[in-house]
Write a protein that binds this ligand. Sequence first.
Ligand code: OSB
Ligand code: MG
Length: 369
Amino acid sequence: MNLQTFRLHHVQMALNDPFVTSMGTFQDKEFFLVEAIDTEGRRGFGETVAFTLPWYTEETFQTTAHILADVLIPLLQGKTMIHPEEIAVLFRQVKRNHMAKAGLEGAIWDLYAKQQQVPLAQALGGDKKTIEVGVSLGIDPSPEMTLEKIEQYLQDGYRRVKVKIKPGHDLHILQEIRRHFPDIPLMADANGAYQLSDMDHLRQLDACGLLMLEQPFAEEKLHDHAILQAEMDTPICLDESIHTYEDAAMAIALGSCKIINIKIGRVGGLTAAKQMHDLCQEHGMEVWCGGMLEAGVGRAHNIAISTLSGFAYPGDTSASSRYFAQDIITPEVTVENGLIHVPDGAGIGFDLNDDVVSKYTKEVRTFSL
Ligand code: OSB
Ligand code: MG
């Protein structure tokens, strides 16, 4: 692949609104825009998704800085790569650190697709021309506010609504939403805020007709999720519990869930995401693509992976404007009638908006192979 130079752009952008979950509140998005440059000067882009604090998984922006600069980029020294799938194999000697790996591997995948002059979606084996999208809403100060937002997003065409729940903020808000919007595809995400002792309470959610209930228990609780799934009609979807192919295989074997939310960063990159998708398809486990409040480059990668045939539910990858005043790509991601059109240009199919990138960049580090 003639990899020559890597650049890590430390970018920080304010979110339009704070995003409140059972784990905490997200105000800003801090990430690395990872740039991979080949000997011809072609540029591929990836984005790290670890948050500033370790609320969602153990990785943080700072751990990705260390692992990228001191471990992963040096591993590429002196290596001849033909295909980005070799990256995941090379990175196997480094334990976990999936978000650091995914950011770097994503830049190399984009570069590869540009070298081959094909869209990233096609390089991954996807063939959808559009992907269906939903919206994920944080916890609002009042139910009225959530209802107003839902009304607005439905008018904008979004095809599914996800709301965050936590103990003390669950049944009531879901019943209120159902009273106003009896038929919309609706789901709830607890980010692991409940325990097995809450099972009788959670079973009451069956009356809300949810598309799925995402991550009710802590990430380690695959067995407890299996007990809950056996007692609930609502399909359980796992997010934080599934880091690896083996985790997905275990969830399938135990019956811990019926659906898996695949996030490229959480599972260690596009190659791993594709392998997990294929495993799930073989076993009748449904999948869809979640989000990490990504800026445009991460959003573009989510769009590309969502074109694989098994991504069967609307994802969390909404329009750029849902999160940011200005996005780092051009054109920005837009949603029409609940659909995102998959770009047909080479690689991610979006250009970088260099003015916006430099406006929000705090530091750039360059590494030559
Ligand atoms: O659990 O899916 C999650 C945001 C931050 C951390 C975890 C999650 C989320 C979301 C929003 O639900 C997804 C998005 O809109 O990008
Ligand atoms: Mg989730």
